[in-house]
Design a protein around this ligand. Structure first.
Ligand code: OSB
Ligand code: MG
Length: 371
């Protein structure tokens, strides 16, 4: 692929609104935009999605830097590639650290699509011309406030609403939201807030016609979810527990969930994501694309992935301006009637906004990929 150089742009961006989960609050994002240049001047972009602290999975911004700089970039430099599928293979000797791997791997995919002068979504076999947008809303101490926000998002056309819950902040919230919106496609995300001893309590969620309960139990658990799923009518969805196709196979075989939330960063990039997609299609497992409060580059990759036919439920990918005062891509991602139109430009379909990128960049280091 004639790779020439890789640049790690470290960005600090502040979300418009603090995002509260069962673990804590995110407002400041410290992350990387990975830039890979080829010898003809084309540039592929990827975004790292780990947070500053390891509350979601074990990776952090600092571990991402360590793994990319000290292991992944030297591996990429040492091994010439002719197709982005080879990147995941080269990175296989490094255990875990999927978010670091995905930041680079997805940049190579974008570059490859640009070299072929075709959209990334087309390269991976995506067919949709628009994707359905859902919204994920953080925990609000005041449920009336939450209901106001939901109303606004429904008016903007969002196709489904996900609310975060935690212990002692769940049933009453669900009940009030359901009363306010009796037919809303509604789901909840617990980010691992419960244990199996809560199963009788979680059983009560069955009364509220939820689309699914996302990740109620342990962040790496698959087995106990299979026990819980047998006790509930509401479908379970796994997020944190899914790092690979093997995890999806195990979850499916055990009956741990009926739905998968797929995130590029969590599974190490596009190659693994496509394998998981194909398995879900083959086994009729519901699938949607999750989010990590991404800036524009990560958002664009999520949109490309979501064009694959197996993504049969609205994801968490919404408009840029829901998250940011100014995003780093041109155009910004916008919604029309709750849908995001898929851009047909080559690669991820969006240009980088160089001024905004520079404004958010706190550090920038380049590494040669030629010997
Ligand atoms: O659990 O899906 C999650 C955000 C950060 C980390 C984990 C999660 C989330 C979200 C919001 O739910 C996703 C988004 O809007 O990008
Ligand atoms: Mg989740």
């Amino acid at each position: 692929m004639n790779l020439k150089e890789i640049t790690l742009n470290r960005l600090n961006m502040t979300l418009k609104n603090p995002f509260k989960t069962s673990f804590g609050v995110v407002q400041d994002k410290d992350f990387f935009i990975v830039e890979i240049n080829d010898k003809n001047g084309l540039i592929g972009y990827g975004e790292s999605v780990a947070f500053s602290s390891p509350w979601y999975t074990e990776e952090t911004t600092e571990t991402t830097l360590h793994i990319m700089r000290d292991f992944l970039i030297p591996l990429l430099k040492a091994t010439p590639i002719s197709h982005p599928n080879e990147v995941a293979q080269i990175f296989q000797i490094i255990r875990g650290n999927n978010m670091a791997k995905a930041a680079i791997e997805t940049a190579v995919w974008d570059l490859y699509a640009k070299q072929l002068n075709i959209p990334l979504y087309e390269l991976i076999g995506g067919k949709k011309t628009s994707i359905d947008a859902g919204i994920s809303l953080g925990i609000e101490s005041d449920t009336d406030e939450l209901i106001k926000k939901i109303k606004k998002h429904i008016d903007n056309g969002f196709k489904r609403v996900k609310i975060k819950i935690k212990k002692n902040h769940d049933l009453e919230v669900i009940k009030q939201v359901r009363d306010a919106f009796p037919t809303l496609p509604l789901m909840v995300d617990a980010n691992s807030a419960y244990t199996l001893t809560d199963s009788a309590h979680l059983k009560k969620f069955d009364d509220y016609n939820l689309l699914m309960i996302e990740q109620p139990l342990g962040h790496e658990d698959i087995f106990e979810h299979s026990i819980l799923q047998k006790q509930l009518d509401t479908p379970l969805c796994l997020d944190e527990s899914i790092y690979s196709l093997e995890d999806v196979i195990l979850a499916h075989e055990l009956g741990s969930c009926q739905v998968i939330n797929l995130k590029l960063g969590r599974v190490g990039g596009l190659k693994e994501a496509i394998k998981i997609h194909d398995y879900c299609v083959e086994h009729s497992i519901d699938l949607w694309c999750g989010g990590m409060l991404e800036a524009g580059i990560g958002r664009a990759h999520n949109i490309a992935l979501s064009t694959l036919p197996g993504f049969n439920l609205p994801g968490d990918t919404g408009a840029s301006n829901h998250y940011w005062h100014k995003d780093i891509i041109i155009p910004e991602v916008t919604l029309k009637n709750g849908e995001i139109e898929v851009n047909k430009q080559s690669g991820i379909g969006y240009e980088i906004n160089k001024n905004n990128l520079a404004e958010y960049t706190v550090d920038k280091t380049s590494y040669s990929l030629t010997n």
